[in-house]
Write a protein that binds this ligand. Structure first.
Ligand code: PHE
Length: 462
């Protein structure tokens, strides 16, 4: 039944050592630059509380069902996203065109990692800056110049991008258990610890109540349609959905683990980290009279100003950027994994050579992002399409993956599992003791999730 290469791919397939290991790994994928860099600045730009509320709704109604669907496909298929879909469609007698979701997902992982690594490199560079006291006594101009200086210098960006990718390749090459699981077991607890230290610091030295109110007191007059779209797009990005990462991780999930419970745990951890990051950042922003809506530079420009002005700023600044590096690394390994898992399934490619092939090609593609900030900052490759008129290579990669590929992937995943995949198989995978819970889940996955994604997706295109 199964073709030989697919059957071959199943041999020697490793597994996470426990449910906890999977939760930690999937949370490591979900918790990343999205939580600590992007969530605070888009919340700032969109006025706080009301935006946060919409974001939470998107996580619960769209993100969580899609995560469950993705892990279900991955575990039932037990292979890379492409081959899992190929096998499932074959087994259920469906069109093999669904495999296309896997191809798009692996392409998206490839594209996202190419720029994610460059931004991870900024975080690495900032650990050094912080530790050397470069922010001390800095004002808006001097710290703006520091950030501007980093972006303007392609060689420095290249060095940090290379260090970051080398780290990711090293971990992924060592495999699921002895590479990824080991690294994640150390990095995730460290991340939580650092985050709690930062929140504790904000409670004592920042305008904590003002920061808290900004995040949790909804003011609906500040909510815009664009804000709602941003919240949805971010729900996909922050939970690593729509592109096969959770399928790949699910393919290493032991059979007796509850998919629903683990997906809920991962979503809760991811959301908690984003909110805690907000609670660590905004009190410092307000205490220092800075602007919450300053955009992508929030943690690279605004926050260093706060670190430069406060006591213990050198230490806490270094800890904060260290935290950012850890979060970025555990997400980056999950972006490389589906690519490597698929390469490994090809005849004669070992884990090591697959990781090197994938990693080095992604590293090369990263050069486009590096140059987008300096030499090619005026190069707009698709300027003949009006929506892409003033987008650099980096802007295009970010836009096409987050606003087009991820929602589209998520939409098709929801439709595939909700409407096409063998229903008994879905029920077996989810193993919910309660029939009502299963029917409710299927209802949300079939109707609510696709409708919501579609509305937002179409709006995004217009
Ligand atoms: N979820 C990660 C973050 O929040 C980004 C990511 C997206 C990782 C897609 C893997 C896949 O930073």
């Amino acid at each position: 039944m199964e073709d030989a290469s697919v059957a071959e791919a199943r041999k020697d397939h490793p597994m996470w050592s426990s449910r906890f290991a999977f939760i930690l790994a999937a949370s490591g994928s979900a918790v990343g630059l999205g939580n600590i860099w992007k969530f605070p600045y888009i919340t700032g730009e969109n006025g706080g509380g009301a935006f946060v509320l919409v974001y939470l709704l998107c996580i619960a109604l769209i993100g969580l069902p899609i995560m469950i669907a993705e892990v279900t496909i991955g575990r039932r298929g037990g292979r890379s996203p492409i081959n899992s879909l190929r096998m499932l469609t074959h087994r259920d007698g469906l069109s093999s065109r669904w495999t296309w979701i896997g191809w798009m997902g692996i392409t998206a992982s490839f594209l996202i990692l190419s720029f994610y690594s460059v931004i991870g490199g900024w975080a690495l560079a900032y650990v050094g800056q912080s530790a050397s006291g470069a922010f001390s006594g800095g004002n808006a101009d001097s710290i703006g110049a520091l950030f501007g200086g980093l972006l303007a210098d392609p060689w420095t960006l290249l060095v940090w991008h290379s260090v970051f990718m080398a780290l990711v390749i090293f971990i992924v090459a060592r495999g699921i258990r002895s590479g990824m699981e080991k690294a994640i077991n150390i990095l995730m607890p460290l991340l939580f610890l650092l985050l709690l230290v930062m929140v504790g610091y904000a409670m004592n030295s920042g305008e904590f109540s003002q920061g808290f109110a900004f995040l949790f007191q909804p003011d609906f007059s500040k909510l815009t349609t664009a804000g709602i779209l941003t919240a949805l797009g971010h729900a996909f990005f922050t939970l690593s959905l729509g592109m096969g990462v959770m399928m790949a991780y699910g393919s290493y999930l032991p059979k007796n683990v509850s998919i629903v419970k683990t997906a809920v745990a991962v979503s809760v951890v991811d959301t908690a980290v984003a909110l805690l990051a907000g609670l660590a950042i905004f009190p410092l922003v307000f205490a220092n009279g800075l602007e919450p809506g300053s955009g992508p530079g929030l943690i690279f420009q605004t926050l260093p100003m706060a670190f430069g002005q406060m006591t213990g700023g050198v230490l806490f600044g270094s800890l904060f950027f260290g935290l950012l590096v850890i979060a970025a690394v555990t997400s980056a390994i999950s972006l490389l994994e589906p690519v490597v898992e698929w390469l490994e399934e090809q005849k004669g490619i070992s884990r090591l050579s697959g990781t090197l092939m994938g990693g080095i090609s992604i590293w090369l593609l990263g050069l486009l992002t590096i140059l987008s900030f300096n030499e090619w900052s005026n190069v707009y490759p698709l300027s003949f399409i009006s929506a892409f008129e003033s987008k650099t290579f980096f802007d295009l990669l970010d836009y096409v993956t987050a606003n087009l590929m991820m929602p589209l992937g998520g939409l098709f995943i929801a439709i595939f599992v909700g409407w096409f995949m063998n229903k008994q198989a879905v029920e077996n995978q989810l193993d919910l003791s309660n029939d009502v819970a299963f029917s409710l889940f299927m209802f949300v996955l079939r109707f609510i999730t696709p409708a919501a994604v579609l509305v937002v997706f179409i709006n995004n295109l217009l």
